[in-house]
Design a protein around this ligand. Structure first.
Ligand code: ADP
Ligand code: MG
Ligand code: ZN
Length: 480
């Protein structure tokens, strides 16, 4: 299998870029927070309306672990090829910040729930394996709202504890990523896997937040905190490469520090020097017992759905499509589901071409998702194409028209008169062109090959471009 043949990457390129990511994934498909019963559907509600003594960190309140959060975490761990810890344990990570009312965050330290996994991605030079160091569970802090935009310019800061205590799974990679583009591909692939697992709604704001660590040529690393989009991660890393390179060129040294990505300006700025683990005074959370989860994993493994890589391989063998098409079609769960609906009813290869090569491009261009196009419309369109009733050019026009104005393929084809001219119509047009242009016919018969082009032009005019050019040429030559 492809998986086994993948080797770890033995080299660095000339600037020796090493990138490691820490991704905070909100398990926001749970009903409640990780240590209390507060509901998670707060996104449309007023700040501080989904809180209780536990997630407000009031003295005397006690956490109770959300069983489902543990199950979801194991599910993700297994999907990433991790081993699941036999006993998993929570710790207190102590620091003071207003988004953390207890003065410590309940997280994991030793004995994280999952460790030693991997994700394969398309690297700069073929498929590569990015190792996952671990995935650990923790609670989300509250959300700080800096009035007036940025942290530097705001006069005051508001705190919303609705987010406080939402279950997070922090996924930490090894520094195996070699470019900002690879980092983005890794994040896209991870999001895809999480969507397949149905444990996170990635459309919700803040559902996947990234800390990106980067070093050059074996030097110290900087860590860019709290990047909210995959494109933002790519941009922040590109900026860091240039910044670190310039620093090194001028004879400076990269210091190990935490930086902030200013999305609007596209730059990173220093926040503080890097803290060490001992600064946090980690110690076991005595209010939560250690959990023996070894016995949970086998049962959860049985519930794992088919994941993107497996689905891609199945698409190639089941539908006879190319690996490139299969990759493109499975890179988003919704697109893969869409394809399977269409392929069940029409020629699967033709459907792959029209969805992967045409529809996806038109959707991207308009910044739309696959939901913007009904699968029934794609079925209808592929039938028109397979039956040779419209040209490929018309097929593209149908997709564009539906996306911009609505309608179904049959409606658009009727309205715009896109049906290929039928045989009788073309024969009649050829006949007419020949009788109306005796000079051109004579020219051709005297050896002037170009005369055919003139006659073809006449036929195309009469059929409004809906006749097949090659076929028309054949018919004219045969007739004269
Ligand atoms: P810490 O305990 O300081 O957070 P970790 O070992 O947990 O450090 O690593 C945090 C992240 O930094 C990981 O994603 C890891 O891959 C990444 N990382 C570690 N060393 C480097 C390096 N030299 N260059 C880039 N990233 C690195
Ligand atoms: Mg860390
Ligand atoms: Zn609560």
């Amino acid at each position: 299998m492809r998986e086994e043949s993948l080797k770890l990457r033995p080299y660095l390129d000339e600037v020796g870029v090493m990138i490691g990511l820490e991704i905070h994934v909100q398990l926001n498909k749970l009903n409640t927070k990780i240590f209390c019963g507060c509901p998670l559907d707060y996104h449309d509600d007023e700040p501080n309306t989904h809180t209780c003594p536990v997630c407000l960190g009031l003295p005397g309140s006690l956490p109770v672990i959300n069983r489902k959060a543990v199950e979801y975490s194991i599910k993700v761990g297994l999907a990433l090829g991790c081993s699941i810890e036999e006993h998993t344990q929570f710790y207190r990570k102590n620091y003071y910040y207003p988004d953390l009312p207890k003065g410590f965050q309940i997280t994991q330290y030793d004995y994280p729930i999952a460790s030693s996994g991997y994700i394969n991605i398309e690297g700069e030079d073929g498929e590569v394996r990015i190792r996952i160091n671990r995935a650990h569970m923790e609670e989300d802090p509250g959300r700080l709202v800096h009035e007036g935009g940025s942290i530097e310019r705001s006069k005051y800061t508001l705190i919303d504890y609705n987010r406080s205590g939402v279950a997070l799974l922090e996924i930490v990679t090894e520094p195996d990523i070699r470019s900002p583009k690879e980092a983005r591909r890794f994040l896209d692939k991870l999001r895809n896997i999480l969507e397949y697992l149905d444990v996170v709604d990635t459309t919700l704001e803040g559902s996947m937040r990234v800390d990106a660590n980067i070093s050059l040529s074996g030097g110290s690393r900087s860590e860019v905190k709290n990047i909210s989009s995959h494109k933002g991660a790519e941009r922040a890393l590109l900026f860091e490469i240039v910044r670190q390179k310039n620093l090194l060129r001028r004879g400076g040294k990269v210091v190990q520090e935490t930086r902030h990505f200013d999305e609007a300006r596209g730059v990173t700025v220093s926040l503080r020097t890097k803290e060490e683990a001992h600064d946090y005074r980690y110690f076991p959370e005595a209010d939560l017992v250690s959990l023996r989860v070894a016995d949970w994993a086998p049962g959860i493994a049985k519930t794992l759905p088919e994941l993107p890589d497996a689905r891609r391989e199945r698409f190639v063998s089941q539908y006879g499509i190319t690996d490139d098409h299969a990759k493109s079609l499975t890179s988003e769960k919704k697109v893969a589901d869409f394809y399977e609906q269409v392929a069940a009813e029409v020629d699967s290869k033709l459907a792959a071409v029209w969805i992967a090569d045409v529809l996806k491009g038109e959707l991207n261009y308009r910044d739309l998702g696959i939901d913007a196009f009904a699968s029934a419309n794609m079925v209808q369109l592929v039938k028109l194409l397979a039956g040779d009733q419209i040209t490929e050019q018309s097929g593209v026009e149908v997709i564009r028209t539906i996306l911009d104005e609505g309608g179904t393929p049959d409606e658009v084809v009727a309205e715009k008169g896109l049906l290929k001219a039928g045989g009788d119509l073309v024969t009649a047009a050829v006949e007419e062109a020949i009788t109306e242009n005796p000079q051109a016919v004579a020219d051709y018969q005297n050896g002037k090959q170009e005369a055919v082009n003139f006659l073809m032009g006449q036929v195309m005019k009469k059929t409004k471009g809906r006749a097949d050019a090659k076929e028309v040429r054949r018919m004219i030559i045969q007739r004269i």
